[in-house]
Design a binder for this molecule. Sequence first.
Ligand code: UD1
Ligand code: UDP
Length: 376
Amino acid sequence: MPRIICVAGARPNFMKVKPVMDALEARGAEVVLVHTGQHYDAAMNDVFFRDLGLRPPDRHLGTGSGTHAEQTARVMTAFEPVVGELAPAAVVVVGDVTSTLACALVAAKAGVPVGHVEAGLRSRDWSMPEEVNRVVTDRLSDLLFAPSPDAVGNLRAEGYHDDQIHLAGNVMIDTLYANLERALASDALHRHGLTDGGYALATLHRPANVDDTGMLSGLLRALGEVARRLTVVLPVHPRTAVRLEQVGLPGGIRLVPPAGYLDFIALQASARLVLTDSGGVQEETTALGVPCLTLRDSTERPITLTDGTNVLVGRDPDRIVATAARVLADPPLKRSPALWDGHAGARIADALLAHLAAPVRPRPTDARGVLTVALQ
Ligand code: UD1
Ligand code: UDP
């Protein structure tokens, strides 16, 4: 059976890679888990291995933090010899972080087929580092595993061929469903002194929201207004922790360390409202049926708006406060997108192994030609 490298590096990768690894191993593939080391704090890393039952990485590249170029270069330099030594039949990358792009680039240049899990998502905001990572990773990939029909539409519009595109569903929701019962049975609410439906949960970590102190102050002011009627719990991402030291914090916002996976799912499931700029949290709130306000001007996950509980509210504090009041008074109904059913990992493993048994060659020149036309 083929040897397949699965790559993970940062918090949102761990819950995406686990169901794919499990499904590949259940079908007899030899899976090598490579951790790039992009995230390394116990609260951003170790807790996910414990909570998800993810085995320790087979290879750890230990690359750590840095600028985009430093991080990309370090991951590439460390990953290249691993690919050379292990000669995998395929490399699977997930999501849209720097580690995703760096490893896809190494594998593509080594002539190893790349599978991208979460392909085709587009915010159309080129100032987001993740958007650059998404577009380039898709371009480097042989197999494009799309979580939703909108992602398939984006890929087709960019000139990708149907034999490369697989509508697989959402692996993050596989992991959510696999762990929901354990999360709900945990004492997370009790430990945080919260009651079911008695609080709002917030996360903020996008550079556009937190790196600018004026923007961060405005968003905190909005959270402070929401906190006048409902305690706001804010698990603080390390990027945001540094910035919070430079701005005033309104009353009613309770800062807590980044939460472990099971705790964070429990906190989402019992929240009356979630306010976030996270990608994954938009999806999990939709699957859980919890109202979500996305504090951004765009989303690469529009299906959570049309088929879920997400509202794209922007970053104007007054608008956030007014929309929170409206959603609290009239919460959206629970709906869930098709194929967010707990079986995305299995569909990805089946498609990848079938491809390796009888590869369909990608047609890069065709795709690039059509892409050029589509962008004009
Ligand atoms: C990264 C991803 C982002 C994702 C987020 C998930 C990129 C470009 N961005 O953003 O898409 O939503 O992870 O959480 O890949 N730090 C620590 N400890 C850690 C990790 C980071 O202190 O364990 C601090 C460091 O100061 C670091 C900063 O956080 O410089 C940013 O980390 P980085 O991985 O570059 O980007 P994130 O903002 O975490
Ligand atoms: N998450 C977590 N603890 C937190 C915040 C988020 O376990 O304090 C989980 C969340 O449930 C989801 C994933 O982390 O599974 C989302 O990652 P993040 O928001 O860091 O990145 P993004 O999805 O925006 O890339």
